[in-house]
Design a protein around this ligand. Structure first.
Ligand code: TEU
Ligand code: CA
Length: 561
């Protein structure tokens, strides 16, 4: 397994709309990010993944792009962006941009043209089909509720949109479109970026004929995911992209891939495959979702989580590369989801950070995770902004579902949990804006904010700084193998890493109660020369590891050889 900078890096994701507002319009912006680069430097991150900052009508907060080469006016200008890039590079921080090319905005010039007529030169940049007996061309459901097809009067045909109506899918079968994308990617690489995060990139190859999805329950629409996830030409397209854009450039790529398996991920990230460096998989993010999907809440099951993450650790070891994440702008906050955001908020946030950062792969920190920021519960649906949430709410209300039931799902899984403004200090609106924030700040900002965290040596923030610096001091952390211990225990999460004759023993108690850890016999630790690398409670380093009485949410990492 080769050594690479992006395997040893720690990435920080910024959702610009909610990070820092510099001009009082209540919307985060590029100048606001620039004002916080020293904070990121102090945290110790190496790369920033910047969620989309391109021109957009913001139907899906920038994931609906109307001009791939212009900066969204609300966020600033290209000059602001160039200053951001330079200020990041000055601090040794790389900038990875979001690449959203499964779809564009319906306000993109290409689509404005494409919809005008069937023989328009841009018609085949998108996916148009005749209706089927007065109905949509097939029964696919949009990820954002309703049909995945929208009728367009001008030509009497439908266009495909796996996401919102304002996000028409681009037609990757069209080589002209593909070359437009490659040109745009080269434009940004020539502008000095250090890589791409590729939005639902495994959706770009659809099954020929776009067949109806299986629909055993006879629903109005059904998910066609088997016909657009990891489709027949996906590897061909990614290898063409690699050859025409990425090959030979010292850049990092990560593909967001709902529905990807470890076997498929080997094909996407194998070093000889010349496709991508790593992928975001979703299996661990579905661990608390029932049959009906993310809104169908089921209790968190640690054993299931351990099994899934172990499958990925061992499945890609030496065969590819893992991204490691608990949070992003689409997921609820992990301390509320898998930890305890009440009395054990700080200690459980540190434990969860430890369990993730001591694994093999590249860790991603989502803005506010390093503060132990929590989910939010707005009293009314009117305070929610996310199109996925609002469409689901409308659909469920129309189906007669009890509003309280729907709100419970939104509290647990709504994407706005991750999109409330970054909490900088205890001043009004948590120091995010001098104006009225585009979405309300989480009311707990006086307790949870960066200013307080930086002053508190026992904060999640300083613990994350130590996690990041520890990773840099020991190659075993990024590169070592992985063996799960305590497989059948529903509270203890423990594993051992091995690399060049060294070993790392990671021990965690994912529960509100004390637990006894008894070292498995096959784990031979030389008590005299073991080293306690990090722990979230005060611990006597000399304490014997044969048997440890773990406190609630306790984490310890020992290195030994
Ligand atoms: O997300 C892809 C995706 O599948 C999301 O819909 C996510 O899994 C789901 O919302 C979880 O609830 C990407 C972007 O990260 C997301 O913000 C965009 O809305 C989506 O693609 C369309 O661009
Ligand atoms: Ca602003």
């Amino acid at each position: 397994m080769s050594k690479q900078w992006w395997k040893e890096a720690v990435v920080y994701q910024i959702y610009p709309r909610s990070f820092m507002d510099s001009n009082g319009d209540g919307v985060g912006d590029i100048k606001g990010i620039i004002s916080k680069l020293d904070y990121l430097k102090l945290l110790g991150v190496d790369v920033v993944w910047l969620s989309p900052v391109y021109e957009s009508p913001n139907d899906d907060n920038g994931y609906d792009i109307s001009d791939y080469r212009r900066i969204m006016s609300e966020f600033g200008t290209m000059e602001d962006w160039e200053l951001l890039r330079d200020e990041m590079h000055k601090r040794g921080i790389k900038i990875v941009m979001d690449l959203v090319v499964n779809h564009s905005s319906d306000e993109h010039a290409w689509f404005v043209e494409s919809r005008k007529s069937k023989d328009n030169p841009y018609r085949d940049y998108y996916i148009w089909r005749e209706g089927n007996d007065g109905r949509e061309p097939n029964n696919w459901e949009s990820v954002f509720s309703g049909s995945a097809w929208q009728y367009a009067e001008e030509t009497g045909e439908y266009y495909l949109h796996l996401f919102s109506k304002k996000q028409p899918d681009l037609n990757w079968e069209n080589p002209e479109l593909r070359n437009e994308i490659y040109d745009m990617m080269n434009f940004w690489l020539e502008n000095g970026i250090d890589g791409f995060r590729m939005d639902v990139i495994n959706f770009i190859s659809k099954a020929p004929g776009l067949p109806d999805a299986p629909n055993p329950e006879g629903k109005k629409y059904a998910s066609g995911h088997e016909y657009f996830m990891n489709g027949p030409r996906i590897h061909e397209f990614l290898q063409e992209m690699n050859e025409l854009v990425l090959d030979g450039k010292d850049v990092m790529t990560v593909g967001e891939m709902p529905g990807v398996s470890p076997d498929e991920a080997q094909l996407y990230t194998g070093e000889d495959r010349k496709e991508l460096n790593m992928v975001f998989q979703f299996e661990h993010m579905d661990v608390d979702s029932g049959e009906l999907g993310k809104w169908d809440l089921i209790p968190f099951d640690l054993k299931k989580l351990k099994k899934i993450l172990t499958k990925w650790q061992t499945g890609l070891n030496g065969q590819g590369w893992n991204s490691l994440y608990w949070n992003n702008h689409d997921q609820p906050r992990v301390v509320s989801r898998f930890g305890n955001d009440g009395e054990h908020r700080v200690i459980s946030a540190k434990l969860l950070g430890t369990l993730l950062h001591m694994m093999q792969g590249t860790p991603y920190i989502y803005q506010g995770e390093e503060l132990g920021m929590t989910n939010v519960r707005f009293a009314s649906i009117d305070e929610y902004k996310d199109i996925e949430t609002l469409n689901m709410f409308k659909e469920k209300i129309a189906e007669g579902v009890d509003e309280r039931e729907i709100m419970k799902s939104i509290y647990a899984k709504g994407r706005d949990n991750a999109r409330t403004p970054m909490q900088w200090d205890s001043s009004e609106h948590a120091g995010f804006t001098e104006g009225t924030p585009w979405i309300a700040v989480n009311p707990n900002y006086q307790e949870i904010n960066a200013e307080k965290a930086m002053e508190d040596p026992n904060s999640v923030f300083h613990y994350y700084r130590k996690l990041i610096s520890t990773r840099k001091e020991h190659d075993i952390i990024p590169y070592g193998s992985f063996e799960l211990l305590y497989e059948d225990d529903d509270s203890i999460y423990s594993y051992v890493r091995r690399y060049n004759g060294e070993a790392l023993l990671v021990i965690g108690n994912v529960s509100n109660e004390g637990r006894t850890f008894i070292k498995p016999d096959h784990i031979q630790v030389n008590e005299d020369q073991k080293q306690l690398l990090i722990s979230n409670y005060e611990v006597d380093e000399r304490e014997n590891v044969e048997q440890i009485e773990l406190k609630p949410w306790e984490a310890r990492v020992y290195k030994y050889s």
